[in-house]
Design a protein. Structure first.
Length: 108
């Protein structure tokens, strides 16, 4: 059984826990959710090129993103992934992969 305590604070104050995880104990609470998906920045977005594999994009951004839709039609597998900027930020990017290769990217 895991014994943990979380103390959330407003503003830029970090949250704390009993977990022995330096990231979790030194990061503002609003960044914890998107950390596992990877956060997009303008520089990272600009370095992503059409034709890259999903793994190459994941390595650049630092996370797999959040899959918002996935479909298969005949032999074409399409995955739509969203990456968010910092929490409370309206900035985000959507990437669309066809058969594992980036075919479309858009930034909001």
């Amino acid at each position: 059984m895991l014994n943990h305590q979380i103390a959330l604070s407003y503003g830029d104050a970090p949250w704390s826990s009993y977990y022995n995880d330096e990231y979790a104990t030194t990061t503002p609470w609003y960044d914890l959710f998107w950390h596992r998906y990877g956060k997009i920045t303008r520089r990272k977005f600009d370095s992503i090129q059409i034709g890259m594999t999903r793994q190459q994009v994941t390595d650049i951004i630092g996370g797999p993103g959040r899959v918002t839709s996935e479909s298969q039609l005949l032999n074409i597998h399409v995955v739509r992934i969203i990456y968010q900027g910092r929490f409370w930020s309206p900035k985000s990017a959507t990437l669309v992969f066809y058969n594992g290769l980036l075919r479309c990217k858009s930034r909001y």
